[in-house]
Design a protein around this ligand. Structure first.
Ligand SMILES: Nc1ncnc2c1ncn2[C@@H]1O[C@H](COP(=O)(O)OP(=O)(O)O)[C@@H](O)[C@H]1O
Ligand SMILES: [Mg+2]
Length: 256
């Protein structure tokens, strides 16, 4: 099987691209896949040992501490169109299963190349505002795209805002799975792998840390559900919303 390429798109900063990239990497690694993350943001090419490593370099360090390192997980940094195309081809040749590409809000040549090689474009938003920006961005940069699926990535103000964000994506396809607003996601550059972080918090229900553990566990479950839905999408399937009506209607017995 050859490699699948997923590019994250948002023409506004702070939409949750980097968070979703790291989360999906954890999700796919848990499935035993070989994952490469490509940094196609303005931070690509930072000195990893300098005073200001990039977000993904920091994350990679924590992932390595969680025992994820090559050949299971790779970080590739690209600043030109040629680097994007050549590195993607090299990753494929190397046996990588999934290439996740984080991009920059300003769409230039390397970002256009990253969108061009994608099997699937994921457009995340953390609130209705980002979702509306993305709608304009999709029209401007991607045109009538079939392989773009939007993602409700953790709304700070809870379920009502998440529902509003979903609506704000308009007629575009939106993943049924949503990511929650959670520490396990926002602090991936500190904690690395989400499964590892969650298991580090495990404790008994009568202990004070239990709420924190439960929140992380909830986020990790959501990430795994999302990873499976992404895999479905890569294979051309779309989950339909569950309408609550079973295909096998339950016959109720009259109770006297
Ligand atoms: N699901 C989430 N839960 C908690 N915080 C989140 C979540 N998604 C995004 N954030 C926070 O929102 C901000 C923007 O996310 P980020 O992934 O950096 O956006 P982008 O890469 O699109 O600029 C960051 O501070 C990040 O920690
Ligand atoms: Mg980012």
């Amino acid at each position: 099987m050859s490699m699948h390429t997923i590019t994250f798109f948002a023409n506004k900063g702070g939409s949750g691209r980097t968070v979703a990239t790291m989360a999906l990497a954890s999700g796919f690694l848990a499935q035993g896949k070989r994952v490469a993350v490509m940094d196609c943001t303005d931070l690509a090419g930072c000195n990893p040992t300098g005073p200001h490593p990039s977000t993904l370099q920091n994350w990679l360090k924590q992932m390595a501490a969680c025992k994820f390192r090559p050949p299971q997980l790779e970080l590739i940094e690209c600043q030109t169109r040629e680097e994007v195309e050549d590195s993607a081809a090299a990753a494929d040749a190397q046996g990588i299963d999934i290439l996740l590409i984080d991009t920059f809000a300003r769409i230039r040549e390397p970002q256009i190349a990253a969108l061009g090689i994608a099997d699937l474009v994921i457009a995340p938003a953390i609130s209705p505002f980002e979702a509306r920006c993305i709608l304009d961005g999709i029209d401007e940069y991607l045109g009538p795209a079939e392989d773009v699926i939007c993602l409700v990535n953790g709304c700070r103000n809870g379920a009502a805002e998440a529902a509003e964000t979903r609506c704000a994506f308009g007629h575009h396809a939106v993943f049924l799975s949503e990511l929650p607003w959670a520490e396990a996601l926002s602090d991936q550059i500190i904690n690395g792998d989400i499964a590892h972080f969650t298991s580090s918090l495990t404790c008994r229900s009568d202990k004070p840390g239990f709420a924190r553990f439960r929140e992380a566990q909830f986020a990790w479950t959501a990430v795994q559900r999302f990873a499976f839905e992404v895999e479905f999408a890569l294979n051309g399937h779309r989950l339909e919303p569950f309408d609550g009506l079973s295909a096998y209607p339950i016959k109720r017995k009259a109770v006297a």
